[in-house]
Design a protein around this ligand. Structure first.
Ligand code: BYC
Length: 323
C-alpha cells in the first residue's frame, strides 16, 4: 500500500504545504500517490472515484439484461464488448481509489450495504431494445462530456484512468448513435419505440451531470483543487448543445416543451428538471434501486469461490517462490 503524506490543518506546517500543493496544481502538475495532499483532497477523491467505479459496475446491469435478446449477432457482439468494457472501467477506477489508501473490500462493502452512491441513471429499467441505443448515445454522451473533463483532473491515477476510459466510451457513444439513427429512419413501430425510449431517458440523463451549480455543495472545492475543471451546469450545457440538434435532425423530439435555442447566447436552454425525482433516486428510492443492489449482492456471493480460489493459488505461488 502506498504511504500517503496526508495533511491535517493541525500540522504546524499545514499552511505552507497547502500553498505549495495549490501552486503545483496551478502549474498543471499532477498530484501522485505518496505526494503530500490535504486530507480533504484525499477524502473527496475517494468519494468521487469510488462512486464512479460503483456506477460502472451497476451500469453493466441495465444493458447486460439485453445481451440474450439483442436483435442480431452483430448487435450482440457489440453489446457484449461494451458491457465487458464497463467491468474493466470499474477495475481501473477501483485501482485508482486504492492508491489513496482505501481498500477494495471497504469500497465493495459500501456499495453492497447500500451506503455508497452510484449514478442516478442506472436505477431505471431498460424496457425495449431502443433503450440500449439511447443509453449508448445519450447516457454515454453525457458520460464522455464529464470524463473528458476528469481526464484533465489534478490527481494522476484518476486522470490516466480517464484517458483510457474515454477512448472506449467514444466507441460506446458511436454504436449507440448508429443504433438509434437506424430506428429513427425505420418503420413507424421502430420510430415510436425510439421516441418512447428518448422520452423516458431524457430527464435522468440531464440529471446525470449533477444538481445545478447553486445546489452543488462539492463543486467549489473540487474546482479549487482541479479535481473538476468544469461545473455541473457547464457539462450539461455542452451535452445539450451537441445532442439536441442531432436528435432533432433525426426527427426525435426531447420531451421538454420549454426546450429552445437562444440566439443571443448560441446555446440550447432546457425547461425545469424534475429534481425531486433525482434526490429520491440517489437516496435509494428509484424504480430499480433495490433490484440493482440485489443483483450486485448476488453476483458478489456467486463470485466468492473465484476470489477464494485466486487467493489460494496466489498463496501457493508465494510459498513455492519462497522455497
Ligand atoms: N448520481 O455537489 P455535487 C457511465 C450526488 S458511469 C448520483 O454536485 P459532485 C456508464 C453527489 O455524489 C458514469 N449521485 O457532487 C457506466 C453528492 O452526494 P454525496 C458515472 C449524484 O461530486 C456503465 C450530491 O449529489 N460518472 O457513464 O461535485 C454503462 C451533491 O452533488 C449525481 C461519474 O461517477 C448523480 N448523477 O458532482 C454506461 C463521474 N450527481 O457524495 C455508462 C464522477 C450528484 O455528498 N463523478 N450526486 O453524498 C463526478 O463527476 C461528480 O461526482 C458528479 C457530481 C458530477 C457526478
Amino acid at each position: 500500500m502506498v504511504k500517503l503524506r496526508i495533511g491535517y490543518p493541525e500540522d504546524p506546517d499545514y499552511q505552507e504545504r497547502l500553498e505549495e500543493f495549490e501552486a503545483r496544481i496551478a502549474r498543471g502538475e499532477k498530484i501522485e500517490p505518496g505526494d503530500w495532499m490535504p486530507a480533504e483532497y484525499r477524502r473527496q477523491l475517494i468519494r468521487m472515484i469510488s462512486q464512479h467505479a460503483h456506477s460502472e459496475w451497476v451500469g453493466m446491469l441495465p444493458e447486460g439484461a439485453w445481451i440474450p435478446r439483442a436483435p442480431s449477432l452483430r448487435r450482440k457482439l457489440i453489446l457484449l464488448a461494451k458491457v465487458q468494457d464497463e467491468a474493466g472501467h470499474g477495475q481501473y477506477l477501483y485501482h485508482a481509489a486504492e492508491t489513496l489508501g482505501v481498500t477494495r473490500e471497504e469500497m465493495v462493502e459500501a456499495l453492497l450495504s447500500g451506503k455508497a452512491k452510484y449514478s442516478n441513471i442506472f436505477n431505471y429499467p431498460t424496457l425495449t431494445w431502443a433503450d440500449v441505443g439511447i443509453i449508448g448515445w445519450l447516457v454515454d454522451g453525457m458520460a464522455i462530456k464529464n470524463q473528458t473533463m476528469l481526464a484533465q483532473c489534478s490527481y494522476g491515477p484518476y486522470s490516466r484512468a480517464m484517458v483510457r476510459i474515454c477512448a472506449e466510451e467514444t466507441f460506446h457513444h458511436k454504436q449507440g448513435k448508429e443504433a438509434v439513427l437506424l430506428y429513427a429512419k425505420g418503420s413507424p413501430k421502430q420510430r415510436r419505440m425510439v421516441q418512447d425510449a428518448l422520452n423516458r431517458w431524457w430527464w435522468p440523463t440531464l440529471m446525470m451531470a449533477g444538481p445545478h451549480d447553486t445546489d452543488s455543495p462539492h463543486t467549489p472545492l473540487l474546482l479549487r483543487w482541479g479535481i473538476k475543471t468544469k461545473t455541473n451546469d457547464q457539462i450539461r450545457q455542452e451535452f445539450l448543445d451537441e445532442h439536441v440538434p442531432e436528435l432533432l435532425e433525426a426527427g426525435l423530439v426531447p420531451p421538454d416543451p420549454e426546450l429552445r435555442y437562444d440566439e443571443k447566447t448560441g446555446h440550447w436552454v432546457h425547461g425545469p428538471i424534475p429534481w425531486d425525482e433525482f434526490w429520491k433516486v440517489i437516496n435509494g428510492e428509484g424504480p430499480m434501486n433495490r433490484h440493482r443492489l440485489l443483483a450486485r449482492q448476488r453476483a458478489h456471493e456467486e463470485g466468492r469461490w473465484v476470489r477464494e480460489a485466486l487467493e489460494a493459488y496466489s498463496k501457493r505461488r508465494l510459498a513455492q517462490a519462497a522455497d
